[in-house]
Design a protein around this ligand. Structure first.
Ligand SMILES: Cc1ncc(COP(=O)(O)O)c(C=O)c1O
Length: 399
């Protein structure tokens, strides 16, 4: 039995079987490559699902985390801590939001965002029967609140605590949103670029129209940038490219580059009438270790100008994928995406392409049955794009 087989067997025996995992046991990572327990190396165009923006085994991040471990890892939110204070300032500066709450995951950031919007509406009206508009094919997480605004009926089946309180509109269709607004509506929640739903960027007119609608009707706009945020789209947050600003923003994934941390943040206008002392909390949320990661990640984004790097290399990534689409028009229907969040919509299932890519040393993932999703670390160079293209070329020609 190989090392990989040994660990897979243990997981299969003892963990709750909620994941259909690929048969790879990842042991270590360096830059844009990971290595499995049997020493096979893979070029990683998934980055832990849009997490490892700055590359694996990032020396400065490792050092910052080690330094924090030797100081203190956890304090609880009963006391102040230095990394949380510095991370809050840095986060508000990069996001343009006024107040932030750090969470342990993206899902919890969405929960906090929803609670903030509901509390804001409650403080305005004194009633708590408000509705939220979300979108078909959206993904916001697996807890009961986040699931309630996730536009995938299959994920919600069996757990519908907010049935009737959340209405689902069609993404990129402003009329479908307008049709759902009533006197109970308090917020619209959307991904600026839909990720799990198949990599669909919002059209500029759509997102501007939603912002306008929210302003006219007094609704809060919650933008979920958990997957598309932090440089991946070619700007720090994707909403910057549309000239809109959300009332509430969620962020996670690359925020800790592997350390579990998320955030929901809001404008002062929302904060003034929303969550206050005793309304929300988390034992771990914003702990010194997680916030040391946030500080160092945001420091590197600035120092290395990661956003400009993504913008500079996006044309190379897009044309590599376009070349594949042109070469195999009967197998690849479309390329779409924004920045380093790209998709190839295939004519058939993505699973065999993913499997064969793995055999050839490339990690890519799916976003729906027929969509191949590419979320490389933001520090890839042209040579990695070339390597990815050559492997996909070989795999697609054979599958
Ligand atoms: C847009 C979006 N929102 C929320 C989540 C949930 O984040 P997490 O898995 O960190 O809880 C995800 C995860 O994929 C996501 O892509």
């Amino acid at each position: 039995m190989s090392n990989s087989e040994k660990y897979m067997k243990l997981e299969d025996e003892y963990t709750l079987q909620t994941y259909a995992r690929y048969p790879i046991v990842i042991e270590s990572g360096d830059g844009v490559y990971v290595t499995d327990a049997d020493k096979k190396k893979y070029l990683d165009f998934a980055a832990g699902i849009a997490v490892f923006a700055l590359g694996y085994n990032n020396r400065e991040l490792n050092d910052a985390l080690k330094k924090q471990i030797d100081l203190i890892v956890h304090t609880s939110n009963l006391y102040y801590n230095e990394p949380a204070a510095l991370a809050a300032k840095a986060f508000c500066e990069v996001s343009g939001m006024d107040r932030v709450f750090f969470t342990n995951s993206g899902t919890e950031a969405v929960e906090g965002a929803i609670k903030s919007a509901l509390k804001y509406a409650y403080s305005k009206t004194g009633t708590d029967d408000h509705e939220i508009i979300a979108f078909e094919h959206s993904f916001h997480g697996r807890s009961l609140g986040a699931l309630s605004v996730t536009g995938n009926a299959h994920y919600r089946e069996g757990y519908t605590p907010w049935e009737g309180k959340v209405k689902f509109a069609e993404y990129n269709d402003p009329d479908s949103v307008k049709a759902l607004v009533n006197e109970k509506t308090c917020a619209v929640i959307m991904e600026t670029v839909q990720g799990e739903g198949g990599i669909h960027p919002a059209q500029p007119g759509f997102i501007k129209g939603i912002r306008k609608l929210c302003d006219e009707k007094g609704l809060l706009l919650i933008l979920d940038e958990i997957q598309c945020g932090l440089g991946r789209s070619g700007s720090m947050y994707a909403f910057e490219q549309y000239g809109v600003r959300p009332d509430i923003l969620t962020s996670a994934k690359a925020l800790g580059c592997g350390v579990p941390v998320g955030a929901f943040a809001m404008t002062q206008k929302v904060a003034d009438r929303s969550l206050t002392v005793g309304d929300h909390g988390s034992t771990y949320g914003g702990n010194p270790f997680a916030c040391a990661a946030v500080c160092e990640v945001l420091r590197q984004f600035k120092e290395k100008d990661i956003v400009s790097h993504v913008r500079r290399l996006t044309p190379a990534l897009e044309s590599a994928l376009d070349e594949l689409q042109k070469k195999y028009p009967e197998k690849i229907k479309e390329r779409r995406g924004k920045g380093f969040m790209q998709a190839l919509e295939l004519a058939g299932p993505a699973a065999p392409v993913i499997k064969e890519s793995q055999k050839n040393g490339l990690l890519v993932i799916s976003a729906g049955a027929n969509v191949l999703r590419l979320l490389p670390p933001l520090v890839i160079e042209e040579e990695h794009i070339e390597e990815m293209k050559n492997i996909l070329d070989k795999v697609i020609s054979a599958t």
